[in-house]
Design a protein around this ligand. Structure first.
Ligand code: ZN
Length: 132
């Protein structure tokens, strides 16, 4: 898949990330371009990230070619892990969200960790060399 097509393929999620990031900018947040992704942090973005299921422990969240973080420091810590998720969005496109959620739902139904044992997270932790 050409680079341009990967941007189009992941665009539905990128659009959501840009929308949340723009709201963050209007509420005191910041933005920076980092390679092929746009990173947002602070303002409403921090509020959004810390209200995800893992709360204050969530450093960042990837949506397509955007990464939303609590702060600049949390983006620095989580970047390698989140860039694996960017590649997953490029591979799965609109199917990424449903595939991720179905994997989590299945794991939860069989009594396993819907986050730590999710294959998308396992790949991200393995390839980034970080620990869950
Ligand atoms: Zn992850």
């Amino acid at each position: 898949m050409t680079k341009m097509l990967t941007y189009v393929w992941a665009l539905p999620y990128t659009a959501v990330g840009l929308t949340i990031g723009t709201i963050g900018l209007c509420t005191g947040g910041h933005v920076r371009r980092c390679g092929r992704v746009v990173e947002f942090h602070g303002g409403a973005v921090k509020w959004f990230v810390t209200h995800l299921p893992h709360g204050e422990f969530t450093l960042a969240l990837t949506l397509g070619h955007t990464i939303l973080g609590q702060s600049a420091a949390s983006l620095d810590i989580a970047r390698d892990h989140e860039l694996v998720h960017v590649r997953q969005y490029e591979r799965w496109g609109p199917l990424f969200g449903p595939a991720y959620l179905l994997a989590s739902l299945f794991l939860w139904c069989v009594g396993r960790s819907p986050y730590r044992e999710n294959p998308f997270e396992r790949e991200a932790y393995r390839q980034s060399g970080s620990e869950p």
